[in-house]
Design a protein around this ligand. Structure first.
Ligand code: TTP
Ligand code: MG
Length: 355
């Protein structure tokens, strides 16, 4: 069982401005370009949000919702500096840090020795340290995977934390509104609402194949997400740990020869993608099998990157448990090596006030 923390700074740009100018602390403020320059809101503090002011909203609209809104021109340099300090803190707690945006990251603390390995205490300490060093507040979500940690970090926002322990996952996820699930945008949410589906519990009545019929490839993810399942690993900013591909089949496959043909096709795809990673050393090859009942197994071994080795791994593992499968994946794991220091996230949409 993994231990994942999601940390997200509270009304980040606005919080930096409030920290630096006490006169802004108790009034509704927003960061953004002025309405006569067709500006857009970057973010708003919580008093302004009470009036409905939101990120990406035209400033002219925000001023209508909240006529006494104080508009602040942003200062990107200050936000980047605060962000760097916050990310330094994250790295003091784990080497597995995945930046999501300028103010948000996932940490994997499964192997941490701190606080008797309590992820909740670790998260609390991170929040404390962020406040001590930057004067800014953050919210944290703590659970067994990225999806649950992300949903949880919104629960006691601002300046709070929320833990979803393993025995509470079902209780937690069943109440989550569908539009909160990552990957469900406005269009899909509308479609789901029209079908009378409001919560993850409502989604759970559908079988995996129903989901795939309704939503295509995303249906597979949705089937897992609405049950609180998420196997996505933390991807650190420094390096790619693995490269691979996988396929889900509309009909389960029971024939080994057919599986081999798929493995060969996927091998060719991975080989092509590997061309971009010729500076990396392959550590292991792996093959993933998901059975019709969603039980999953992977086999990983140090072997030369050859088609027949993937076929052999498949054969070896599948023959141990030769039941119909719904998904196959092949890939490689790389040896550790820092390859790039480029930030893994895009800076958020900036208004022209800061550009
Ligand atoms: P968010 O974390 O999405 O928002 P937030 O930190 O302001 O508020 P919350 O308390 O809900 O987390 O984004 C982080 C910063 O990125 C935000 O302060 C400003 C910037 N941003 C934009 O410039 N444009 C946008 O559309 C969004 C969503 C964010
Ligand atoms: Mg934030």
């Amino acid at each position: 069982m993994r231990k994942i923390i999601h940390v997200d700074m509270d009304c980040f740009f606005a919080a930096v401005e409030m920290r630096d100018n006490p006169a802004l602390r108790n009034v509704p403020i927003a960061i953004g370009g002025s309405s006569d320059r067709r500006g857009v809101i970057s973010t708003a503090n919580y008093p302004a949000r009470k009036f409905g002011v939101r990120s990406a909203m035209p400033t002219s609209h925000a001023m209508k919702l909240c006529p006494h809104l104080v508009l602040v021109r942003g200062n990107m340099r200050k936000y980047v500096e605060a962000s760097e300090r916050v990310f330094e803190i994250f790295h003091e707690y784990s080497s597995l840090v995945q930046p999501v945006s300028i103010d948000e990251a996932y940490l994997d603390v499964t192997d941490s020795d701190l606080f008797f390995n309590s992820a909740t205490w670790i998260a609390e300490d991170i929040r404390k340290k962020i406040f001590e060093r930057t004067g800014l507040t953050a919210s944290a979500g703590i659970s067994t995977n990225k999806l649950l940690a992300k949903l949880a970090s919104d629960f006691n926002k601002p300046n709070g934390k929320f833990t979803v322990p393993p025995d509470q996952i079902e209780n937690f996820i069943t109440r989550i509104p569908v539009e909160r699930i990552p990957g469900i945008g406005k269009v899909t949410a509308k479609r789901l609402h029209e079908m009378g589906l409001k919560t993850c519990l409502d989604l759970q009545q559908y079988s995996a194949s129903d989901m795939i019929n309704l939503f295509g490839k995303f249906g597979e993810t949705l089937y897992e997400f609405c049950r609180g399942k998420d196997e996505r690993e933390i991807e650190t900013e420094y390096e790619r740990k693995s490269l691979g591909t996988e396929e889900t089949y509309i009909k389960d496959i029971s024939d080994l020869e057919e599986m081999k043909a798929h493995i060969k096709k996927m091998f060719a795809e991975v080989k092509e993608s590997l061309a971009d990673y010729d500076d990396r050393v392959i550590k292991n090859l792996h093959v993933k099998i998901k059975y019709y009942d969603f039980k999953q197994t992977t086999i990983e071994r140090k072997l030369p990157f050859e088609e027949e080795n993937f076929v052999m791994l498949l054969e070896e593992r599948w023959l141990q448990d030769p039941r119909p499968i719904r998904l196959l994946g092949v890939g490689v794991k790389f040896e550790e090596e820092k390859t790039s220091e480029a930030p893994a996230f895009q800076l958020p949409l900036l208004t022209e006030a800061m550009a």
